[in-house]
Design a protein around this ligand. Sequence first.
Ligand SMILES: Cc1cc2nc3c(=O)[nH]c(=O)nc-3n(C[C@H](O)[C@H](O)[C@H](O)COP(=O)(O)OP(=O)(O)OC[C@H]3O[C@@H](n4cnc5c(N)ncnc54)[C@H](O)[C@@H]3O)c2cc1C
Length: 477
Amino acid sequence: MALKSSGEYANRLSRMRPNVYCRGKKIRRDDPVLEHPINTLKFTFDAVNDPELKDLIVTKSHLTGEEVNRFASLNRSVEDLYATQELKRKCCHRVGGCTQRCMATDTLNAIGVVTKDIDDAKGTSYHANFERFVRHYQTNDLVGSTCMTDSKGDRSSRPSQQEDPDLYLRVVEKNGKGIVVRGAKNHITMGPYVDEHLVIPTRAMTKDEGDWALSFAIPADADGIKIITRVVAPRPRIKLEAPYNKYGVADSVVVFDDVFVPWERVFMCGEWEFAGRLALTFAGFHRHSYCGCKPAVTDIVLGTTALAAEYNGVAKSHHIVSELTELMIIAELVYASGIAAAARARRTSSGIFAPMFVYSNVGRYLAGVNIYKEFDILNSIAGGLPATLPPEEDWLNPETGPALEKYIKRKPGVSAEKLHRLIRFISDFSCSAMAGWNQYAGVHGGGSPIMEKIGIRSEYDLEAKKRIAKYLAGIVD
Ligand SMILES: Cc1cc2nc3c(=O)[nH]c(=O)nc-3n(C[C@H](O)[C@H](O)[C@H](O)COP(=O)(O)OP(=O)(O)OC[C@H]3O[C@@H](n4cnc5c(N)ncnc54)[C@H](O)[C@@H]3O)c2cc1C
C-alpha cells in the first residue's frame, strides 16, 4: 500500500542518521523542537482520510497503478492541475498557511519535463533515472525538499566568476559509480523532516559552467550532508489551545560537503543548456502552486479581519467593507490566474502537463506584491491589541484575569474567551516570528517579484502589442 500514515512517516524520520543542527547543537529528528513543523507534514498524510480532502488528495500513479498522495504525483492532465490548485487552497486553510510539501511535487514535475527534453536532445538516459526514482518516491510516500537556491555570493557575478566556486553547488569529481558534489543550498524549507533532498540549479548556466549544471536526488541523511536549521512556530498555548498553534515550519542551510551521488540518482550533470530551463520549469510549476496556497493565506486574512470588525461592532462601516472587498479581489485574481494557467497548460514531451508560464507568473507576482498590503489591512482593522495584550498566564491568574475580562471588551454578546482567542490568533498570525516568516515567504518564496517580472517578459509577445499600436495609429513599416 503506497499511502503511508503520519505515524509511519514520523517513525522513519526518527530512524535517520542525526545530521541536523539547531540552536547550537546536533539533534535527532524526533527532537521536540521539530514537533510543530513535523505536525504540518503529518497533516498531509492524515488528509487522505479526511472526508473533505480525500477525493482531491488521493490520486492514481500512472507509473505504479497504485493510489498515491497527490503531493507525490505528477500532473498528467489539465484536471490534475485544477485539482492540485484546489487541494493547496483547502489544505492551507487547515494548517493556517504553507503546507510545504508541494515544493517537491513541483520539483519532480519539472525534473520529469526537463530530463525528457535532455534525453530527446542528447540521447542520455536521465528520464529513466527519474521514473525509477518517482516509483520509489510514490511507493514509499516520501517527502522531499527543493534544494534550488544557492548561496550565490556576489549577485553581479556568474557562478564561474565567484571568488569561491562553491558558492553555487557544483560537481567536483565524476567516476564510474557516480559524482561527488560540493556547496550549499540556502533557505531550504523542510530540510530536517524530509526523506530526500531534490536538487536543481538556481539559474541558467553558460558553456563553461557545466560543473554547476546539476540535478539529483539524495537521502537527506547521506554522508557529507549537514542541515543547519531554524524553526518557527506560533507561541505555545496553555489553555486556549487552537489548531493554528499545532503547526510550524523550519528552513535550513543544507551543506553538501563532498557528497557522493550514484549515477542512477542523477538527473542532469553538465548539460548547461538545460540548467536555466530546469530552473524556470520548476518556477512555472511552483508559481502555479502559489496561485492555490496564496489565496488561502488571503482567505485567512480576510476572514480574520471580518471577524475582528464584527466583534468590534463596525462590520458595516464603509471603509471596512471596502478593505474586505480589496482582499476578495486579490485572492480571487491570484486564484483565477492559476485556473487560467491550468486551462492553457502545455502537454510536454514527457506527458507531464505544465501550467502556462505567463499566467502562473502573473498570479504569483500579484500575490507577492500584495502580501504586506493584506497584513496592513488586518493590522489597521484589528486595532493595537494583537501587539499589546498581556500573555495568557495573566488571563488565567485569578488576581488579574477578571480585569482582563472586564476591560478587554468589545460589542455585547462576544464572550471574553472568544475575544481573547481571536486577538491571540491575530497576534500569532500577524505580529510574531511566524508572521514575519509568512511575509518574507509571501514575497520571496518561489522567486522574488522581480523574478516573476523577468519570467513574464521572457515569454511575452511584446512585438504583437506593438503591431496593434502600429495598426491603430496607421503606421506602416
Ligand atoms: C520563507 C522562505 C522559504 C524558502 N524556501 C526555499 C526552499 O525550500 N528551497 C529553495 O531553493 N529556496 C527557498 N527560498 C528561497 C527563495 O526562492 C529566495 O529567497 C528567492 O529566490 C530570492 O533569492 P535570495 O533570497 O537569494 O535573494 P537575492 O538573490 O539576494 O535577491 C534579493 C534582491 O536582490 C536583487 N538582485 C538579486 N540578484 C540580482 C542581479 N543579478 N541583478 C540585479 N538585482 C539582483 C533583486 O532586487 C532581488 O529581489 C525560500 C525563501 C523564503 C523567504
